[in-house]
Design a protein around this ligand. Structure first.
Ligand SMILES: [Ca+2]
Ligand SMILES: [Ca+2]
Length: 220
């Protein structure tokens, strides 16, 4: 016959140090659990690759913030436009930049209505265009496009000949630029306003851009 000691039951009593350590771990779990529940996870969040800006600030760019527990309400979302890009975007007067922020709603959505124009791609710029953060956590890098895609001479913002237009006008030169990719179904991120942005420009993109062309929209 063996006579087994029975640890943790009956005669065994936890040492003072062990009880203290255990209490410390339990308190730590209680403190960290709610904090973890509100930390954004880029893998569960969505920051569409292009932010579309319009001279009248009428087009919403929506970032969704979530983690494994679902959407996060009240998350502080920041779009940080890089220095090189900030100098090239056609910002309407009164539009905050280069950092633009919004809070998420109950669905985890933060929608930005940015007043401006221009098409600034990472390829055209040769640098990061903008980054999206939620509560300080990087969700991704994004680029910028607009119905106001070129200046009156037909130059995109990153072209050497770009001179710009203080009113970010959607004019004849913009209509000419957008017409080719629309009619030919080309891949043109500067005329693509639907995610994904690297696919062929389609009817849905034409539907979005047409009213701005028809109205000749410019900064208010
Ligand atoms: Ca224009
Ligand atoms: Ca698309």
């Amino acid at each position: 016959m063996y006579n087994y000691p029975i640890p943790f039951l009956g005669g065994f009593s936890m040492t003072r140090q062990f009880r203290f350590a255990l209490a410390f771990v339990l308190v730590g779990m209680l403190v960290s659990a709610p904090a973890m529940a509100t930390i954004p996870d880029p893998a569960f969040s969505n920051a569409p690759g292009f932010m579309t800006v319009t001279p009248d600030g009428s087009f919403g760019y929506t970032v969704n913030v979530a983690n494994s527990g679902g959407p996060l309400s009240g998350s502080f979302v920041q779009i940080v436009v890089s220095g090189p890009a900030d100098g090239l975007v056609c910002w309407c007067t009164g539009q905050t930049h280069p950092v633009i922020d919004e809070l998420t709603n109950a669905s985890g959505d933060a929608t930005f209505f940015v007043a401006g124009g221009g098409c600034i791609t990472a390829t055209g710029l040769g640098a990061t265009v903008a980054e999206v953060f939620a509560d300080g956590i990087l969700l991704g890098q994004i680029e910028i496009n607009s119905p106001d895609v070129v200046d009156a001479a037909g130059f995109v913002n990153t072209d050497p000949g770009y001179t710009g237009d203080p009113t970010c006008n959607v004019g004849l030169s913009d209509a000419v630029f957008h017409t080719a990719p629309i009619s030919l179904g080309q891949s043109e991120p500067c005329s693509n306003f639907t995610d994904p942005f690297n696919d062929a420009v389609s009817l849905s993109d034409a539907v979005i851009v047409t009213p701005y062309i028809v109205n000749g929209t410019s900064c208010n």
